[in-house]
Design a protein around this ligand. Structure first.
Ligand code: ADP
Ligand code: MG
Length: 552
């Protein structure tokens, strides 16, 4: 405690929770390791699933690292930092989240061993940073170029990202859909491929089987045609998009109208009717035969529209209206003051179809072929959701591979390669940082080790075999979890974008270093209600339990 002229000076309020020095480090590392441990069993195609249950009893079953981490209710600040890594990985590349978290946990575990040998965290941090940079070089050299026309390779990338995510029965088809979807929204700008994945819409429909999942050239709306006597199919559609309600606006001021006799009431109603009729006339006169509205459509307006043979859909999501605008070239009107023919968009066909038990509206043959929708089918909600996550991952990896033109063989091959080369490189550094680089190199083995463990193989045997294969120059040698053998993963078609690995290593390093640098955890004002700061690993205990859930 600080003293001034013999008087103790209180800097922090009495009773403030605080852990310092080694204790703070140990606890932070422990929290990070717990998180990594919780997702470790899901890594790879033979990884287990987690069942996440919230306080209301809602259930999510998934194998997807980031989904698990997002749903976990975590208190500890270091644990939260680890979860941030997964989110960053998800935002940047969309795959490799489990890898990033598992690596971060292992980097910290190895750092802990060094701390015990009295190696200062600053040395470990700088060694880790050096190792991470070197790893980027090694991976870049190892990467295999992929051309944007190499559909076979792109499909393999999609398949690798989806294996283990419940998509096995239709893996081939789903991968093809993902590749076609990404390619249809890819553009070449100054010789570089740019993918605008926002054009890819994912719609989920429960019922039917996974292999009924299809790619639609156009936009699919999870809505039905609003009035039964409207046409269910319009060819050569002229589409009006509007983001306000098709109804007579209520008066802005709180005016009260006193109706004194029935005739006046009649007039009032007639007036409203006329306004609605005028609205519909404007639409029809501009040449529209399809109306898609973000808000509601008045019953009477529906009736007039139906009479004029217009197909209308209401309460369509804003994001869908925007997609439709891009796809069909329609302007999004905010009111119906005057509708001009050039405000309308075009599509070859707008049609209501029955999918499963419900109806959906398909807008196909759009002016801009860049808009596509993947309509995901599956027996239950859980299946549909997990397939959707798999397809989303696949889209992102194909996007990365197209943009960067570089892939790596998977199955732990790149990690072993990096590990061996770092070990070779470490002695050239000298000093204590060498130890940190060696620890980093050793930590990289956690990926093939975990893949092997999750597939029920002996991790030690697999590691020994992997190393010897790589030493013989088989740089793509990885563990094939299906056969249990060490094989050439490039030939096996297990391939991932380079960016998935570089990002995973970079962000795992960053978070490990960040956590290592913390030597003081002080409960701040806002946080002071969090009761279990220092010793309170109660939340952590729960998560240890989550780890066990994989075995259910
Ligand atoms: P992440 O969230 O890190 O993407 P995954 O559960 O998707 O975690 O597992 C990715 C790991 O699984 C990668 O290391 C990848 O190379 C490996 N992998 C994928 N398919 C296979 C396979 N068929 N055989 C061996 N390893 C595979
Ligand atoms: Mg993955």
């Amino acid at each position: 405690m600080a003293t001034l002229q013999g008087q103790p000076v209180l800097i922090l309020r009495e009773g403030t929770e605080r852990t310092r020095g080694k204790d703070a480090q140990t606890l932070n590392i422990m929290a990070a390791k717990v998180i990594a441990e919780a997702v470790r069993s899901t890594l790879g195609p033979r990884g287990m699933d987690k069942m996440l249950v919230d306080s209301l009893g809602d259930v999510v079953i998934t194998n997807d690292g980031v989904t698990i981490l997002k749903e976990m209710d975590v208190e500890h600040p270091a644990a939260k930092m680890i979860i941030e890594v997964a989110k960053t990985q998800e935002d940047e590349v969309g795959d490799g989240t489990t890898t990033a978290v598992v690596l971060a946990g292992e980097f910290l575990k190895k750092a802990e061993e060094l701390l015990e040998q009295d190696i200062h965290s600053a040395i470990i941090s700088s060694g880790y940073r050096l190792a991470s940079e070197k790893a980027m070089e090694i991976l870049n050299e190892l990467a295999i170029p992929v051309s944007k026309d190499d559909d076979e390779m792109l499909k393999k990338i999609a398949m690798t990202a989806m294996t283990g995510k419940g998509a096995e029965v239709a893996l081939d088809k789903l991968a093809e859909i993902a590749v076609r979807a990404v390619k249809s929204v890819a553009e070449e700008v100054n010789g570089e491929v740019e993918v605008d994945a926002e054009y890819i819409k994912i719609e989920k429909r429960q019922g039917g089987s996974i292999d009924e999942t299809e790619l639609i050239d156009g936009v699919v709306l999870d809505k039905e045609v609003v009035h039964p006597s409207m046409p269910k199919k319009v060819k050569d559609a002229k589409i009006l998009l509007i983001n306000s309600a098709l109804e007579v606006k209520e008066t802005e001021t709180d005016a009260k109208i006193r109706i004194t006799d029935p005739e006046m009431l009649q007039k009032f109603i007639e007036q409203e009717e006329k306004m609605l009729k005028d609205m519909v006339d404007k639409i029809v006169n501009a040449g529209a035969n399809v109306v898609i509205c973000q808000k509601g459509i008045d019953d009477l307006a529906q009736y007039y529209l139906a009479k004029a043979g217009v197909l209308a859909v209401r309460r369509v999501k804003k994001s869908d209206i925007e997609k439709l605008s891009k796809a069909t070239g329609a302007k999004v009107l905010t009111e119906l003051r005057d509708v001009k023919p050039e405000d309308l968009g075009a599509a070859e066909l707008v049609e209501e179809r029955k999918i499963g038990d419900e109806k959906m509206v398909f807008i196909t043959g759009c002016k801009n072929p860049k808009a596509v929708t993947i309509l995901i089918r599956g027996g239950t909600e859980h299946v549909v959701e997990e397939i959707a996550r798999g397809i989303e991952d696949a889209i992102r990896v194909v996007e990365c591979a197209l943009e960067d033109g570089k892939v790596l063989a998977g199955g732990g091959a790149p990690e072993i390669d990096v590990s061996l080369k770092l070990k070779e490189w470490a002695p050239t550094l000298g000093g204590r940082e060498q130890l940190a680089v060696e620890a980093f190199a050793k930590a990289m083995e956690i990926i093939p080790k975990t893949l092997a463990e999750n597939a029920g193989l002996d991790p030690i045997d697999v590691l020994v075999e992997l190393k010897s294969a790589h030493e013989k120059g088989n740089k793509y040698a990885g563990v094939n979890v299906e056969t249990g053998k060490v094989e050439d993963m490039k030939e096996n078609g297990v391939v991932e974008p380079l960016r998935v690995k570089t990002q995973a290593i970079a962000s795992a390093t960053e978070v490990a270093v960040m956590i290592l640098r913390i030597d003081d955890v002080i409960a701040a004002k806002e946080l002071s209600k969090e009761k279990d700061k220092g010793e309170g690993m109660e939340g952590m205990g729960d998560m240890g339990g989550m780890g066990g859930m994989g075995m259910m």
